[in-house]
Design a binder for this molecule. Structure first.
Ligand code: PMP
Ligand code: GLU
Length: 382
C-alpha cells in the first residue's frame, strides 16, 4: 500500500448507527431473525405516487446534470413548507438541495468551520456531528444536554476558538423538543459570542404535539442560523437521499461552490419525487406521526413495567431513550446475543448517554410487540 491513509479518515470513529444496521443486515441474511430497534429508518414504504413521479421524470429525460443549487420548484416548495412549520421566511435563492440531511450538515460545517475552530456539539447527540466537524478540520467540544441546554455549560465551554454551535431539535437520541425559551437563550448566547448556529431539524415533522420551536424563527436569528433538513424521516425516504440547507442571506453563493466541486447536483428525478412528496404532506404525514406516537406510548408502557427501566414517551420522533439501572453497553450486547433484539447503547451518543438505551420504533408492529415480550422476559439485570 503506498504511504499512509489520511489522518482525517484513519482516525475517524465509525458510525455506531450505520455499523449496527450493517451487522443486523448481515445476521438477517444468514438466517438469524434479529428484530432491529437500532436504525432510525422508518418502516414506511415510499408512497406509490412519489415513486411514479421519479419514474416519470426519468422517462422524460431528467437524467442529466441539473442546477447545482437544486430545482427552483423544489426550492420553492421547501420555502413554503418552512414558512408553515416555523414561520421563518426564506427566498428560494437561500436554499441548497443536498443528498440527505447528513450532507446538508457537512455542507453547513464546510461553509463555516476553519481548521482548528471549535464547534459545540450536543451530547447525547447524533453520532455524526463530531466526525463531520473533524472532517472539516474542526474540533468538536461536547456540550452536555441530556435534559436541557444549560447556559452555565455554554459559557463554561465557549472559547475564543469557538466558531459554531450545533443544535438538534427534536433530539436524536432522546426525542426531546427544545422550548422556544431554551432556543432563544441559546441564540442569545450565540449572538454574545458571535457564533454560527447549525440547526438540525430533520425530525421536526414528527412532532407529536404543539408547534415546532425553531432557531430561525427567533427574531433576527436567521442571519446566523444554517438550517439542516431532510425528507428521510418525514416520508420514509431515507434511501432517496434528499435533504436541504436553508441559509443566511448572502451565504448561499459561496457555500454552493462546495456542492459544485463535490456532488455537483442531486439527481433531477429524485428532486421531482421530493416535489411530489411535499405536495402530499397533509395527506400522508399525520398518519405516519400517529403510528409512531402509538408505538412510543405502547413501548413506554411496556418498558416502564420492567424492573430497572424508566421510560416516558418523548414529544417527538420514533426514538425511546429509557434510562436503565445497568451498564448500557452490556445490556445492548446481551439483548442482541440472547434475545435477538438490536438496540444501541446510550453511550454511543456520547458519555452523557450512558445508562440509557436508544430504541428506534421503526420495525413492523408485530415485531415490536415480540421484541417487547422478549425484553420483558429478560429485563436488564445481569
Ligand atoms: N440529523 C439527525 C439528527 C439524524 O438522526 C439523521 C439521521 N440519519 C440525519 C441528520 C441525516 O439524515 P439523512 O441524511 O437521512 O437525511
Ligand atoms: N440517523 C439515523 C440513526 O440515528 C440513521 C443512521 C445515521 O445516519 O446515523 O439511526
Amino acid at each position: 500500500m503506498p504511504k499512509q491513509l489520511a489522518e482525517r479518515v484513519a482516525s475517524l470513529k465509525p458510525s455506531a448507527t450505520v455499523e449496527m444496521t450493517e451487522r443486523v443486515r448481515a445476521a438477517r441474511a444468514s438466517g438469524r431473525q434479529i428484530i432491529p430497534l437500532s436504525s432510525g429508518d422508518p418502516n414506511i414504504e415510499t408512497d406509490a405516487r412519489i415513486v411514479a413521479a421519479a419514474e416519470r421524470a426519468m422517462r422524460a429525460g431528467e437524467t442529466h446534470y441539473g442546477p447545482a443549487q437544486g430545482l427552483p420548484r423544489l426550492r420553492e416548495a421547501i420555502v413554503r413548507r418552512e414558512a408553515l412549520r416555523s414561520g421563518a421566511l426564506y427566498d428560494p435563492a437561500d436554499i441548497i438541495v443536498t443528498p440527505g440531511g447528513k450532507f446538508a450538515l457537512l455542507t453547513a460545517l464546510m461553509g463555516t468551520v476553519e481548521a482548528g475552530d471549535e464547534v459545540l456539539v450536543p451530547e447525547p447527540g447524533w453520532v455524526s456531528y463530531g466526525p463531520c466537524v473533524r472532517l472539516c478540520g474542526g474540533v468538536p467540544v461536547s456540550l452536555p444536554m441530556l435534559d436541557t441546554i444549560e447556559e452555565e455549560s455554554l459559557e463554561r465551554l465557549v472559547s475564543p476558538r469557538t466558531k459554531a454551535l450545533i443544535m438538534n431539535s427534536p433530539v436524536n437520541p432522546t426525542g426531546r423538543v427544545f422550548s422556544m425559551d431554551e432556543i432563544a437563550r441559546a441564540v442569545a448566547f450565540a449572538e454574545r459570542h458571535d457564533l454560527w448556529i447549525v440547526f438540525d431539524q430533520v425530525y421536526s415533522d414528527l412532532l407529536h404535539e404543539g408547534r415546532f420551536p425553531a432557531a430561525q424563527s427567533v427574531p433576527d436569528a436567521q442571519a446566523r442560523v444554517l438550517v439542516v433538513d431532510s425528507l428521510s424521516k418525514t416520508f420514509g425516504m431515507t434511501g432517496w437521499r434528499l435533504g436541504s440547507l436553508a441559509l443566511p442571506k448572502g451565504t448561499a453563493k459561496a457555500i454552493l461552490k462546495f456542492i459544485q466541486h463535490s456532488i455537483y447536483c442531486v439527481p433531477g428525478f429524485i428532486q421531482e419525487a421530493a416535489i411530489e412528496a411535499l405536495s402530499l404532506y397533509d395527506e400522508l404525514v399525520p398518519g405516519y406521526r400517529r403510528m409512531f406516537r402509538q408505538r412510543l406510548e405502547l413501548a413506554s408502557r411496556r418498558l416502564s413495567a420492567v424492573d430497572g427501566i424508566r421510560c416516558r414517551p418523548p414529544e417527538a420522533t420514533f426514538y425511546l431513550f429509557p434510562s436503565i439501572e445497568a451498564d448500557d453497553v452490556e445490556v445492548a450486547r446481551r439483548w442482541l446475543e440472547e434475545i435477538d433484539v438490536a438496540t444501541l447503547p446510550g453511550s454511543s451518543f456520547g458519555p452523557a448517554g450512558a445508562r440509557h438505551l436508544r430504541l428506534s420504533l421503526t420495525c413492523p408492529q408485530a415485531d415490536l410487540e415480540e421484541a417487547l415480550d422478549r425484553i420483558s422476559r429478560v429485563g436488564v439485570a445481569a
